[in-house]
Design a protein around this ligand. Structure first.
Ligand SMILES: C[S@@+](CC[C@H](N)C(=O)[O-])C[C@H]1O[C@@H](n2cnc3c(N)ncnc32)[C@H](O)[C@@H]1O
Length: 171
């Protein structure tokens, strides 16, 4: 929330007010830690809230992230008044990503109502997601491995080589 504070602090009348921003653990990392390392390779962070930016911008960014094969951490997925965005996000991502793509839904991580669900993009039930949840959508490389203690979800550090038409001597 430092951006909300700095936006106000930037106003001339608050020029003399000292501000100090402390680093902290963000929910994406907290949720990721519960299942392994789903954000172990390149990823991006998006908010689904269209209160401060239009849905068209959100949809464009989701598409770009999906096309770039980034894992995606999704904040503010739903609220009492924003009820259709999670299903719309799922459907949009499914245009670019396999239905088997691992998805982690973390609710109230670190709090008394903590719950972690490991599912897939195709199986993601939008009705179970609310404002207390954070979603992690895997890339094409993200894997879910069943283990006795619960599923391990990770994105390997290595990415398969791609053959570029513009790479000299290749293809
Ligand atoms: C205004 S943002 C808060 C961001 C917070 N400063 C952070 O970096 O985690 C609110 C969103 O963060 C996510 N969030 C915050 N705390 C969470 C928690 N304990 N468990 C899961 N998601 C959480 C949810 O997506 C929620 O809708």
């Amino acid at each position: 929330m430092a951006s909300a504070v700095t936006e106000v602090a930037a106003e001339p009348e608050y020029a003399d007010i000292a501000i100090r921003v402390l680093p902290g653990m963000t929910a994406a990392q907290a949720v990721a830690s519960r299942v392994g390392a789903p954000l172990g390779h390149d990823y991006c962070v998006l908010s689904l809230s269209d209160r401060l930016k239009p849905w068209e911008v959100i949809a464009q960014r989701l598409t770009a992230a999906a096309q770039a094969d980034l894992a995606i951490a999704i904040y503010n997925p739903a609220s009492k008044s924003r009820t259709w965005q999670v299903a719309a996000t799922r459907d949009l991502l499914l245009e670019h990503r396999s239905a088997d793509t691992p998805v982690v839904v973390g609710r109230d991580v670190g709090g008394p109502a903590e719950a972690i669900t490991v599912t897939t993009l195709g199986q993601l039930d939008a009705q179970t997601v609310d404002m207390r949840c954070l979603l992690l959508i895997g890339s094409s490389q993200t894997r879910t491995v069943p283990r006795p203690a619960g599923p391990l979800v990770f994105t390997p550090r290595r990415y398969p080589a791609t053959v570029s038409e513009t790479t000299p001597g290749v293809g």
